[in-house]
Design a protein around this ligand. Structure first.
Ligand SMILES: Nc1nc2c(ncn2[C@@H]2O[C@H](COP(=O)(O)OP(=O)(O)OP(=O)(O)O)[C@@H](O)[C@H]2O)c(=O)[nH]1
Ligand SMILES: [Mg+2]
Length: 550
């Protein structure tokens, strides 16, 4: 009793969730498009379409099909249940070539039967004695599924996919036939809620044979995962068990759950297949180290080491020019500037600090990427994509790899542009250069004054004119102090400034490396990492949508 109650509860839930589940399946199909076996997707799409149409046509009617091997007695049972002789019962096998329908109740089943493509149909007059209980039933008599006629099999297969409930009619001779068990019952194990098995022609069996037969049939069904499917023994000839069958059908029709349950089972099967085809492994998030690895390789390929080295050199050169002893610095002026050579000059020499206008920035003149560097970038992209696709099914893995390489062609240009527009921060941190420069010129002036003074003294002595007054500083004549001291002090200041410039050069180079890496990371993020993540998210959305359905 308890298990029956539980069964009923889950049935109600299944129909209540159907619309939600259909939406989830439809979303999963869309997400898996191009990533999963098209046959599996077509199957799932068919389930969604079929459910939409079935629900749109009629939610209250229940379509029950009598299916089974030829001669099992489908047409006979159809006639007994309908109280008619509409179906042809014959000795010639097979007898029924086309499905036939019979409907009970006020509501027209025309739309439903049009959709099922069953032209042979009959609406039963209301029979107050018993027919009322079957109000809403649309009963189908199907051709045989084990037919020598291909058309019959095709008709059965088509309708088995569409009807709300399946009543499998078997007879004592053929109930264990592989034809019905392997082709229909086993694959429909998920549909146990909307199936029944009828052992017909029990009038031909003794009581003990009947017991034996039913026991054997139940054992078989249990082994196929159909233990919960009701099995009934009937005889279309003697009418034994027919009332029970009618009651069971009446109950199903009254509950109006079969259609939803059937569709729910379809959705569940399609979701399981799609989930298996798409994959159930949780996606592996990209590690920071593989992202860094990519940035490093791209940075090397793009010539970041060349730029940072040039930054250091340029800082030394320009720092030397500004703070060195002016006489020597003047000679150094003729050395070429490394950054200007790379078209990366933004030091603001000549006091005009260039504004960085991305649209106006052309390519740098960095050395072209070598084959080896290019291969290393490709390897880093591949490694990253492989990590991102780890454990995923082929279609998704391929798509992730494709995503990683989707902007491959644009990458070098974008990286070069990023380097060209990166502010290397070379305009600041050099105010002290000016102070030193002023000091150096003051010292030069001192030397000139000293030398001038000495020259004047020399001329006065030469013409035997009264000499200039002796001025002694630290017991040394002042002009000598000015001339020699000026030179020595200038060289000393230049030497000290050189240390400061060197520290600055290293700091600027490190800072430039950092800024360039950050700029490159932004480009690889946009062109490589983001597409990979988008594809990973798509996979996860599909996986979670399907997981909800299982
Ligand atoms: N003894 C006995 N014979 C039955 C019973 N049900 C059907 N038959 C006979 O079995 C034969 C086949 O019956 P049908 O109802 O035509 O069988 P079917 O399943 O519709 O066969 P197809 O249309 O060929 O697929 C007929 O001769 C029926 O009289 C039954 O319960 N007991
Ligand atoms: Mg028949």
């Amino acid at each position: 009793m308890a298990s029956r109650g539980l069964g009923l509860l889950s049935r109600k839930d299944a129909s209540a969730d159907l619309v939600d589940h259909l939406r989830a399946l439809s979303e999963a199909v869309e997400l898996c498009e191009g990533r999963v076996d098209p046959a599996v997707l077509d199957d799932a799409r068919r389930v969604v379409d079929q459910a939409d149409r079935r629900l749109a046509i009629s939610g209250s009617a229940t379509v029950v099909a009598l299916a089974g091997a030829t001669g099992s007695g489908k047409s006979s049972i159809f006639n007994v249940l309908s109280g008619t002789t509409l179906a042809t019962v014959g000795v010639r096998r097979p007898t029924t070539a086309h499905a036939m329908a019979c409907s009970w109740g006020e509501e027209s089943a025309e739309d439903l039967l049009d959709w099922l493509q069953i032209p042979r149909r009959h609406a039963l007059e209301a029979d107050p004695s018993m027919a009322a209980a079957l109000d809403g039933l649309v009963l189908l008599d199907l051709p045989d599924h084990d037919s020598t006629e291909v058309d019959h099999r095709m008709e059965v297969d088509r309708l088995v996919q569409l009807v709300d409930m399946l009543v499998w009619v078997v007879d004592p001779q053929k109930y264990a036939d592989a034809a019905i068990h392997d082709r229909y019952l086993k694959p429909l194990a998920q549909h146990a809620d909307v199936m029944m098995i009828i052992l017909n022609q029990v009038d031909k069996l003794s009581m003990s044979q009947r017991e034996q037969c039913l026991k054997d049939l139940r054992r078989l069904l249990t082994s196929e995962g159909l233990a919960t499917v009701p099995v009934m023994a009937v005889s279309a000839v003697t009418g034994e068990g027919i009332d029970g069958l009618r009651e069971t059908l009446a109950k199903q029709v009254a509950e109006k759950q079969a259609a939803a349950l059937r569709l729910a089972a379809d959705v569940s099967v399609a979701a399981a297949k799609l989930s298996e085809a798409s994959g159930t492994t949780k996606v592996t998030s990209l590690t920071q180290s593989s992202i860094n690895q990519l940035t490093t390789q791209v940075a090397i390929a793009a010539g970041v080491p060349v730029v940072t080295e040039a930054v250091g050199k340029a800082w030394r050169l320009r720092g030397g020019l500004a703070t060195g002893w002016p006489v020597l610095a003047w000679v150094a002026k003729f050395k070429p500037d490394p950054l200007r050579r790379l078209h990366l000059d933004r030091l603001g020499v000549g006091r005009r600090r260039q504004e960085i206008d991305p649209s106006g920035v052309g390519r740098t003149s960095l050395p072209a990427t070598s084959g080896v560097q290019k291969a290393r970038v490709e390897t880093a992209v591949r490694t990253l994509a492989e990590q991102a696709a780890q454990g995923l099914t082929r279609g998704w893995a391929d798509e992730i790899k494709r995503a990683a390489r989707s902007a491959e062609d644009a990458l070098p240009d974008r990286v070069d542009r990023a380097i060209a527009t990166t502010d290397l921060d070379l305009a600041k941190h050099r105010r002290w250069w000016q102070l030193i420069r002023v000091l150096q010129w003051l010292l030069v002036a001192a030397v000139i004054v000293g030398l001038g003074w000495l020259a004047v003294s020399f001329v006065l002595v030469y013409f035997q004119l009264p000499p200039l007054p002796d001025v002694l500083w630290w017991e040394v004549p002042a002009p000598t102090v000015l001339a020699i001291g000026g030179v020595l002090a200038g060289l000393l200041v230049a030497g000290l400034a050189r240390i400061g410039v060197e520290v600055g050069a290293r700091r600027r180079a490190a800072k430039a490396r950092q800024s360039l890496r950050a700029a490159i990371a932004r480009v690889t993020g946009e062109l490589v990492i983001d597409p990979v993540k988008t594809e990973q998210e798509r996979y996860e959305r599909a996986r979670l949508a399907l997981q909800r359905l299982l």
